[in-house]
Design a protein around this ligand. Structure first.
Ligand code: HEC
Length: 146
């Protein structure tokens, strides 16, 4: 009499599983497969919404009095605050050469309206005089160290 032991059960089960998997993978156990079609690509965005104020400095209510008194204050104010307030200017401390480069930057990058050479010279003198390079070092302005 043939005895069925645990080894036979395992071998038969594994064989059955193997056959079923093979049959399934060959497609024998599956009905017709649905066909997939890719959804149509969304229409390309032609014109992105452009915020006209993007990158522009914030508006300001500065007046001439917001710049320190000195020769060239008016012409500097009226030339340099069309686009931004005096805070941007006052935050800088530069040599006349670097103010000159800043002036070029305003002309070239920010499309500032050019001024007459005499005016440019007066503005640069004013800026160099009023906003010179600051002393370096964290203790430069410490009143307790004076
Ligand atoms: C046509 C517009 C326009 C005019 C006029 C203009 N600027 Fe500017 N300026 C800008 C813009 C735009 C920026 C960049 C602001 C920002 O980054 O928020 C800027 C930035 C600056 C900065 C900051 C630069 C930095 O690196 O932080 C300084 C300093 C400055 N301007 C000085 C001047 C001076 C001095 C004048 C006059 C000679 C002047 N600007 C005139 C448009 C202008």
């Amino acid at each position: 009499m043939t005895q069925i032991n645990i080894t036979h059960v395992v071998v038969i089960s594994l064989t059955a599983v193997f056959l079923l998997v093979a049959l399934d993978r060959s497609g024998g156990l599956r009905g017709p497969q649905p066909t997939y079609t890719l959804p149509a690509a969304p229409a390309p965005v032609v014109a992105a919404v452009v915020d006209p104020d993007k990158g522009k400095p914030p508006p300001h209510n500065d007046t001439v009095a917001d710049l320190p008194d000195g020769k060239g204050r008016e012409v500097t104010f009226y030339t340099c605050t069309a686009c931004h307030g005096v805070a941007l200017i006052k935050a800088q401390g530069l040599t006349r050469d670097l103010w000159d480069s800043t002036f070029d930057l305003m002309l070239e990058r920010h499309k500032m309206v050019p001024v007459k050479p005499e005016e440019r010279a007066e503005i640069l003198d004013y800026l160099a005089e009023q906003f010179p390079p600051r002393r370096k070092g964290r203790n430069a302005d410490n009143p307790f160290l004076k």
